[in-house]
Each structure stands twice: as structure tokens, then as C-alpha cells.
Design a protein around this ligand. Structure first.
Ligand SMILES: Cc1ncc(COP(=O)(O)O)c(C=O)c1O
Length: 366
């Protein structure tokens, strides 16, 4: 067994294992929507079963690639062609294809501190080196330490809206980091799987400001379709041809039935706005309750997470609070500066559950 695989620590599983054994618990630890996939999307999947369910083309169904290029072009003010889209097995499959195609054992990837844990895991599997640095200062400018790391790296991941903080880049930030990576020949991977979920803010893609970049997208969170496993990567056609080799060597193609569901989700998408409205209300409630406790946190401007500093060791805090009925994820595995932060997912809980959990937290922390 490869040492790097053996060294991967799935420590966060400890939280879900402990939480799932306990009755009467609010699950802020699960990073997925509380909503089910909309009925019209499920109906499209059912209808597609009338046709033969063979392999799909390696790059995905043309109709879906066209829908994706339309959605991404409209939302991100880009002019994309469907030949620049490859459909993958979730956003995860897209990230893996880009990493495996571009990075070897002598290459370096740089991630924000904090970041979504699987970037590191994908690096361990594909065998490249990685580092983490806080990208932004309080004035929303690139930090000098970050510039140094980006200059030295082969690939940078920028994630907006962010998991775990909910941070959303302004247009100036998207431009600054996109142009800086481009100028220094650092390939930019823009992870935008939460691109529809911003609250009183616009989404800007840093990929619009770099000629060497790929966009990662997915229907998982924006359309409540985590289990369908449909994502995509957008890049120049000749790069797509290379990523396709990784997909071919791992999953061959994403499931046909899920691709039909995704076409419907993108075509008829009013459900996405309805879900966003509910997330917005949950997020406002959560901000009020975190303020009442006096926690320090970045305002979640997007995605479905908040990342408060709880002023003590994040593992001890999370393990203790599961026992009291509130499950959260420790920040420590997400970055060296985050060992006193915890991730709270408000996408997976109702407003009533948020209230219940914060009544418990307030009592415990009084
Ligand atoms: C930041 C980020 N990128 C990518 C993904 C992968 O999404 P998918 O479920 O489509 O594989 C997730 C899922 O949680 C995520 O949070």
C-alpha cells in the first residue's frame, strides 16, 4: 500500500460516527442540503429510463454540455462553448481530473487557509505537494505571503463562495488573484460549486481574469443533487482532451440517468432561487445567534457554512458539544490557523433546529 494513502487521516469521520449514534441531535456537521432533489428533476430521470442506459460519450451528453456552457456563460459573464466543457462524476471528479492531469510528484499546489479538506486528499492521491496560506488580509487584498506562495506554485485553488467560511470574492479580489496567478504562470483552478448561493452579493469568477484557468462546477449543492454525482470542468478544448483521459481511466463517464436529471435542473431552475431564499433566512438567524454568543466569525456571504472561532481547541469543543446534542466539524484539519474554529452547516438544518442548537450552546457556554 502506498505510504501517502496510508497517511490520509479521515479524522472527521469520528464526528459523524459519534453523532449518528446519538438520538436527538442537531447535525450541523453534514455538508449537504436538507432539500430533496426537485420533483421535475426526478421525473426527467424517470422518463430517461425509457431509453437505453448505455455508456454516455466520454465528455458527457452534448445537450448537458450545452446547458452547462449556457449557465456558466450567463452567470459569469463569460463566452463559453460546449467544447470547453467536460461532464464529470461530481465536482470532485472534475478536481481529480485536473490535479491528476497537471500535477506530478515535483509539482506544488497552493490552497487557502482554511480550505475544504479534500483538496489535500486529492493531492495525496495524485502524488503532488501542497501548501496552505491565508490569501486575503482584512482590506480584502492579497497578502504578501500569499503572493510568494502563488508565485512558487504550479497550481492554485481559489474557492468562491468558500467552504468552510462562506467568504465570497468581490470583483476586485477576483481580478487581483486571477491576474496575479496568470502573470506568474500559476494555473488557476476556480472552484465555484456554490456559485448560485450568495447572499446580497454577486458572484465573480477569478477565472475570467486568467488565461490559464479551469472552472469547477456541480449540481450537487445549487440544485440539491449531491447523490446524483454530476459536476463539470471548463477549460480550453485542448486541455479538456487531456482531463478526459483521467476520467476515462477512472469512471469512463458519469451515469447517463444523472445527466438527464442535470439537464432538467439547469433548464428549469426556479427551485434554486427558492432554496437560496430559505438558506438566506437560516444564515441571517445563525449570524444573530452567533453574535449573541459573542463568537468571532467572517460573515457567511455565500455557500451554506459559517466558521466561527470558539476560543478553544476545536476537537475538544466539537466532541463535548456532540454529547450535548449539537454536531459541528472541527476546523483543525482545514488549516493550521483554524484549530479554534468550527464549521457549522446551515444548509442541512431547519430554522427550528438552528434555534434549538443555539439554545443548547448558549446554556453550555454561559
Ligand atoms: C468547495 C467544494 N468543492 C467541491 C465539492 C465537490 O462537490 P461534488 O459533490 O459535486 O463532488 C464540494 C462538496 O462539498 C465542495 O464543498
Amino acid at each position: 500500500m502506498r505510504q501517502r494513502i496510508q497517511n490520509i487521516n479521515l479524522s472527521i469521520r469520528k464526528i459523524s460516527e459519534k453523532a449518528s449514534k446519538q438520538e436527538n441531535i442537531v447535525r450541523f456537521d453534514i455538508g449537504q442540503p436538507s432539500f430533496d432533489t426537485p420533483k421535475h428533476v426526478k421525473d426527467a430521470a424517470r422518463k430517461s429510463l425509457e431509453n437505453k442506459q448505455g455508456y454516455s460519450p466520454m465528455l458527457g451528453l452534448e445537450e448537458l454540455r450545452k446547458e452547462i456552457s449556457r449557465e456558466e456563460s450567463e452567470k459569469k459573464r463569460l463566452e463559453l462553448d460546449f467544447n470547453e466543457v467536460m461532464v464529470t462524476t461530481g465536482g470532485m471528479g472534475a478536481l481529480y481530473a485536473v490535479f491528476a492531469a497537471r500535477l506530478g510528484e515535483n509539482d506544488n499546489a497552493v490552497f487557502n487557509d482554511p480550505c475544504w479538506g479534500p483538496y489535500k486528499m486529492i493531492s495525496e492521491v495524485s502524488g503532488n505537494n501542497w501548501s496552505q496560506v491565508e490569501y486575503w488580509d482584512e482590506e480584502r487584498k492579497l497578502r504578501e505571503e500569499a503572493k510568494k506562495e502563488i508565485r512558487d506554485a504550479d497550481l492554485i485553488v481559489v474557492n468562491t463562495p468558500s467552504n468552510p467560511t462562506g467568504y465570497v470574492l468581490t470583483e476586485e479580489q477576483a481580478r487581483e488573484i486571477g491576474e496575479f496567478a496568470d502573470k506568474n504562470n500559476t494555473f488557476l483552478v476556480s472552484d465555484e460549486v456554490y456559485h448560485r448561493l450568495t447572499y446580497n452579493k454577486e458572484h465573480y469568477s477569478p477565472a475570467a481574469y486568467s488565461s490559464k484557468s479551469a472552472i469547477i462546477g456541480s449540481v450537487s449543492k445549487n440544485h440539491a443533487m449531491t447523490g446524483w454525482r454530476i459536476g463539470w470542468v471548463i477549460d480550453e478544448e485542448e486541455n479538456i482532451e487531456q482531463y478526459a483521459k483521467v476520467s476515462r481511466a477512472s469512471t469512463a463517464c458519469p451515469p447517463r440517468i444523472s445527466q438527464y436529471a442535470a439537464i432538467e435542473a439547469l433548464k428549469t431552475d426556479s427551485h434554486a432561487e427558492e432554496m437560496k431564499k430559505e438558506y438566506h433566512e437560516r444564515r441571517d438567524l445563525l449570524i444573530n445567534r452567533m453574535n449573541d454568543i459573542g463568537w468571532d466569525f467572517i460573515d457567511p456571504e455565500g455557500a451554506i457554512y459559517a466558521f466561527p472561532n470558539v476560543g478553544e481547541d476545536s476537537w475538544k469543543f466539537c466532541m463535548k458539544m456532540i454529547g450535548k446534542g449539537v454536531a459541528m466539524v472541527p476546523g483543525e484539519p482545514m488549516g493550521p490557523e483554524s484549530d479554534q474554529n468550527v464549521r457549522i452547516c446551515f444548509g442541512s438544518t431547519t430554522k427550528e433546529e438552528i434555534k434549538k442548537a443555539f439554545d443548547i450552546l448558549e446554556k453550555e457556554l454561559a
